[in-house]
Design a protein around this ligand. Structure first.
Ligand SMILES: [Mg+2]
Length: 204
């Protein structure tokens, strides 16, 4: 039986931090795991910028509430959920993704959480589990699922490698070049085809 693990940002939604960066006019907040593969270095830099600019969790949540899904993302996800089981595994935080979860009709999402102080400033982040995406796939395989994983960036590669079949969706050129073993797709229709064909082929 198949289970599909999807990354969130870059696969179903735009990059949250990019939207926040644009809203506040802070270019350095645009950097993502596409640019800085070490997540801890990246997050500490983000939190420092927020602190220095007095940006609270509420300020960010207001921006996230206005983020639209990628065009076609909801149709794709609905199709996928009506045909197989889906888990979204994201490096983002529950405090950020709730409005996006609503727009996606509340799929199952594995994520992390933030630490907030009394003034509403984000003071730290807490990973529910280190290397969560990969460990999710590994655990599902122990439960006798075949796993197809879809991601776009460096922080998805270990998940894609662990999966029975990994697919890169709209990856940046450097990720695509560094990991040529994964098929690359740019449209949801292609992604549907890849997933359907793989499941059909393996079920024969
Ligand atoms: Mg992503």
């Amino acid at each position: 039986m198949y289970l599909i693990c999807l990354d969130l940002e870059g696969v179903l939604t735009p990059e949250i931090w990019e939207a926040v960066a644009i809203a506040f006019g802070i270019d350095k907040l645009k950097l993502t795991t596409r640019d800085i593969p070490d997540y801890d270095v990246l997050m500490k830099q983000r939190l420092k910028i927020l602190r220095n600019n007095n940006i609270t969790l509420k300020d960010i949540q207001e921006i996230i509430a206005d983020i639209d899904l990628l065009p076609g993302a909801l149709d794709f996800l609905e199709w996928l959920r009506s045909n197989t089981q889906v888990i979204i595994a994201t490096g983002s935080f529950i405090e950020f993704i709730q409005p996006l979860a609503k727009k996606l009709n509340y799929p199952l999402i594995f994520c992390h959480n933030l630490e907030i102080d009394k003034t509403g400033m984000i003071i730290n982040y807490s990973l529910r589990l280190k290397d969560m995406k990969k460990k999710t796939v590994r655990a599902l395989k122990k439960l006798k699922y075949n796993v197809i994983a879809v991601g776009d960036s460096y922080n998805d590669i270990r998940m894609l490698k662990e999966a029975d079949f990994g697919i890169l969706f709209r990856p940046p050129a450097n990720v695509q070049k560094e990991f040529p073993q994964f098929p690359v797709v740019t449209e949801y229709s292609e992604l549907k085809n890849h997933i359907s064909n793989h499941i059909k082929l393996k079920s024969l």
